[in-house]
Design a protein around this ligand. Sequence first.
Ligand code: XIL
Length: 338
Amino acid sequence: DGAAPPARKPVARLFGAAVRPDQLTDETPLLQAIRGCGLLVPEYHGQWSAVEWRRGDPWYGNYDAICDFAEKHGQQVRGHSLIWEQMTPDWARDEMLHGKDWNTIERHFATLLPRYAGRIREWIVVNEMIDTEHGDHGFRRTSFQRAYGNDYVRRALETARVLDPQAKLMINDYSLLYDNPVDEARRNQMLRLVERIKASGTPLDMVGLQGHLELRKGRISQPKVARFMADLAGMGVEVAITELDVLEDDLNRPVEERDARVAQAAQDLLDVVANQKAVSSVVTWGLSDKQSWLQDRLPVTKAAQACSPIDCGAMNRGLPFDGEMRAKPMHAALQRAV
Ligand code: XIL
């Protein structure tokens, strides 16, 4: 009838970054950028081994510092994470594998969830549980999986819900975005897992896609990622891009070209995100290249050089700001997506 179609209301989407507690104290350009975030995630100081390295003696300094800062600046905090093999204390591994007693998990969750109820409103309950190549029915063989079987993911979500009924509960994994057989199998496994979790009535509110992009893998398949996100949304979960950064493949090109390729990789993903209402947040894995974990993951360079990439001036440039906190095209891409 000639009426103009209603303008599409932009989706409220949170943008954020991984931070380290020691970055929150001194007035630096990095701190200004951190203040601009809507959502903060501890990069690795929030993991089990960083909280309770001695059994029964948890230290809350890191989460407290991040929560205090976030509250002062009107920001949200995401807990990262309750279960992750890589940062599980040795004592806990031993205890789980010997006792096979769920009480080990309950005690751990009880040290964090009730204490931060209302302050940390979403938790990654299980991080990195999928392995379609060497796993058991698609589940990574971890201490958790060995001690409690593949059902541990579901049980962990149930336990978390009881200890903080208001918190949004997430699972989070990597290698889910590219157009290759491994990522394809991993996407299918994630869909099967979410389907089973939902069918059993187990609480699950969000699925995190890490978003560690790698230029050597080519470009992501936008249609496949869009389909995947839509399938997840159809099962009633929010989707989050939880750890966006870009690993370069060729440091010998001119810097402008490198930055353009990095920004393009991010843009490819942000374009998909823009059309997916279910995607409620995008978090980059740090802000400045100088503090990026990717410096240790550079393909050949690191091994071939006697000094660290930062000292050699051959940094990976996969985050919004360079080592001197100058905004790069990736930053502009994120700004446009806000
Ligand atoms: C990384 C941190 O960035 C590093 O500083 C730390 O040494 C190891 O962990 N997947 C995750 C993140 O879920 O926690 C990891 O972060 C990167 C891979």
